[in-house]
Design a protein around this ligand. Structure first.
Ligand code: FAD
Length: 410
């Protein structure tokens, strides 16, 4: 029997009529040739699938990684995202994030950054996408560079550059003080942020995860047997939930109210006189005092420069996303003094959010079915491929062997 759309909706209920009714052919194109059975499941989860082993609330850097690791273990997992997959409205947008190894190697995050980098490489193989560009990370001007330099013995690939070495290797930098030294961490570089989120979700879907974007979580309630999650489109049950809602975490976790400080930051892209001198072959990611930047990527014309500072207080639901003159002035002075050949016209400006808090990764105290990860201030992206694994451990085994104990102190 052929059902028209209204018959179909009467029979199956009104939720997501468009996608449920949308032709499998269109969906096949969108889902890159996944099997018809899987496509139908994605399009129309059987009601039984509204009960999951794990539901992940928020599919940014942390949540998408958790979804992927959970799906790879064969658990029935659902990921819910209020916007699109790989959007620009949270803390992970803006194409790229820096990663580095040397500053962490001797501290509590040493093993974790190694694990994160292994996981990025695995994701690259599985997805066929170039996510981790190991173009190096150059830290200019910090005396601490010498101490970090000793981490050479730990097997990191680093070089120390004196002022002459910096001038010879990176003449793009000008007017550095004659005492400026630099550390070049060859294990560092950049990660493609939105691409990695999309890739984590892509592989998770292939492994049977369900993903629902454009669906906002309105609340959750845990009981003896599981957790109910209410969204803008319905409700679901799971044995465990993982809250990875970044700057919105305090809206879903009352315990975090007053403990997270969300701030508005900006990222700018500028035309350079000679893009080749700023491409990844010739120019690494770098940090100098509170400014930092990225080489020119093949798919966008311009170097990315930003200022790492506390930022202006913000509410994630009412963020001023229009770049203004002040945003630009935060980096123009730096460019005109230290990178004059990249002080060209503005090519793009984007607004992003830091969430400042004590880091937390693991079950909420008193709620063994609910794990939370905080958005990790201004430096969590590089670890997200490992944090997601630890979150999947908590959600599927109740514990993790990964060294994240220092992230469970309040
Ligand atoms: C300007 C800037 C520069 C940075 N630079 C670096 C860097 O160079 N290196 C580095 O390692 N880190 C860096 N960071 C930090 C890093 O980007 C963050 O630690 C990381 O992106 C946080 O990821 P997240 O998953 O917690 O947040 P997000 O990626 O924002 O994800 C949270 C997700 O939850 C969703 N969500 C929220 N509420 C709901 C709801 N109710 N229902 C459904 N979905 C919901 C959101 O839409 C969002 O997609 C930077 C951050 C910023 C802002």
């Amino acid at each position: 029997m052929h059902l028209n759309k209204s018959d179909w909706v009467r029979k199956n209920g009104p939720r997501r009529e468009f996608i449920k009714f949308g032709s499998v052919t269109t969906l096949s194109a969108l889902t890159c040739g996944l099997s018809t059975t899987l496509v139908q499941e994605i399009a129309d989860p059987h009601p039984a699938h509204r009960i999951y082993d794990v539901i992940v609330l928020g599919l940014g850097a942390m949540g998408a990684s958790c979804l992927y690791h959970t799906a790879k273990r064969g658990a029935k997992v659902l990921g819910l995202e209020q916007f699109d997959i790989g959007h620009m409205l949270g803390s992970s947008g803006g194409f790229t994030r820096q990663t580095k190894v040397a500053p962490y190697i001797q501290g509590p995050d040493g093993a974790l950054i190694r694990r994160a980098n292994e996981n990025w490489r695995i994701l690259e193989k599985e997805s066929g996408q170039k996510i981790f560009h190991q173009c190096g990370w150059l830290n200019l001007g910090v005396p601490r560079n010498r101490a970090i330099g000793q981490s050479k013995s730990e097997g990191t690939k680093i070089e120390l550059l004196d002022p002459k070495g910096i001038a010879e290797r990176y003449p793009q930098f000008q007017k550095l003080s004659d005492k400026t030294e630099a550390l070049l961490d060859h294990d560092g570089g950049l990660l493609r942020s939105e691409l990695s989120i999309a890739s984590h979700c892509h592989i998770a879907l292939r492994r049977g995860a369900h993903v629902r974007a454009q669906e906002t979580v309105e609340g959750w309630e845990a009981d003896e047997n599981g957790v109910t999650v209410k969204t803008s489109r319905g409700s679901y049950r799971a044995k465990q939930i993982v809250i990875a809602s970044g700057a919105w975490n305090a809206k879903l976790v009352p315990e975090l109210k007053g403990k997270l400080k969300v701030t508005r930051l900006s990222l700018g892209w500028f035309a350079s006189k000679d893009n080749e001198t700023f491409d990844m072959k010739n120019f690494p990611t770098w940090g100098h005092g509170s400014h930092y930047g990225f080489p020119v990527m093949p798919d966008f014309p311009g170097i990315k420069v930003a200022k790492h500072w506390k930022g202006d207080p913000a509410d994630p639901d009412h963020l001023d996303r229009i770049p203004n003159h002040r945003d630009e002035s935060l980096v123009r002075d730096y460019l005109s003094s230290h990178l004059p050949s990249a002080n060209g016209t503005t090519l793009a400006y984007k607004i992003c959010m830091y969430t400042w808090s004590q880091s937390w990764l693991g079950p909420l105290p008193g709620e063994k079915r609910v794990s939370v990860i905080t958005a990790c201030n201004g430096g969590g992206f590089k670890f997200s491929s490992a944090y997601g694994e630890a979150l999947a451990d908590f959600a599927t085994q109740g514990k993790t062997e990964l060294p994240v104990g220092h992230m469970r102190k309040t």
